[in-house]
Design a protein around this ligand. Sequence first.
Ligand code: ADP
Length: 270
Amino acid sequence: TTNTLMTARVAPLGASHILILAEDHTHARRVEEVRRDFVANVSHELKTPVGGIALLAEAVLDARDDPEAVSRFAERIQVESTRLTRLVKEIVDLSRLQTADTLHEPELVEIPQVVAEAVDRLRVAAESRDITLETSVDQRASVFGDAELLATAVGNLVSNAMNYSEPGTRVAVAARRVGDTVEITVSDQGQGIPATEQSRIFERFYRVDAARSRATGGTGLGLAIVKHVCATHGGDVAVWSEEGHGSTFTMRLPAASDRTAADSDRPQVG
Ligand code: ADP
């Protein structure tokens, strides 16, 4: 249930009338609660790697005379700081997205290029994990928006698909135009997501299996970022998944209409 919080201001209006101004603070209060939760979560999530690095640094000092132990601890410091860097970047990305409802200067974005960019960044990781990355894209798919944000969103879905799958499986990325919509789907043959968890995975820092997420370098922010990127583009993201059989995530974005797409290519005259 949502509690409404109303305030009323009363102002005299001549001798026989008064003016009553009623304001609904429910939304403002919810925004404030969400912000406070986010800050609490962020500090909790930052403490883990920072605390880990401090302990490992201490271990390095204690193990000064054992070069093998020193390099083992140093490697773990490296892993933790990479995670920390990613976490900070994702927190910044997400808070920017949360405060901007719309995009500043949307541009015509070719989705085949976005998919190629996102997949190229992950090709080495896919090979090292023996996962086959397949793409199939419709050349007519374009939207108005921010190419970098869209590539980040597609990249998050592809890296999740790989992280929650076993070696020897396939991850397929497809983009196609369906009527006025561009659909980008990322499918895997991985562990899948229990039905009861599917509505929660888009929440910030929510993980089905925290240990597995940590082990793969996850931050718990990937899908929250995807959701916000879709929303700022006027679209949405949905999941279909069956435990033990795999998952398919679908981003749906309003397509750039053929007319507007052609206009924006044409040089301005006069
Ligand atoms: P994380 O950094 O933990 O991967 P995300 O926000 O990207 O955070 O995802 C939230 C959670 O949703 C993950 O921890 C995982 O439990 C689940 N999840 C996301 N994508 C998949 C997938 N393709 N297959 C199975 N589980 C997934």
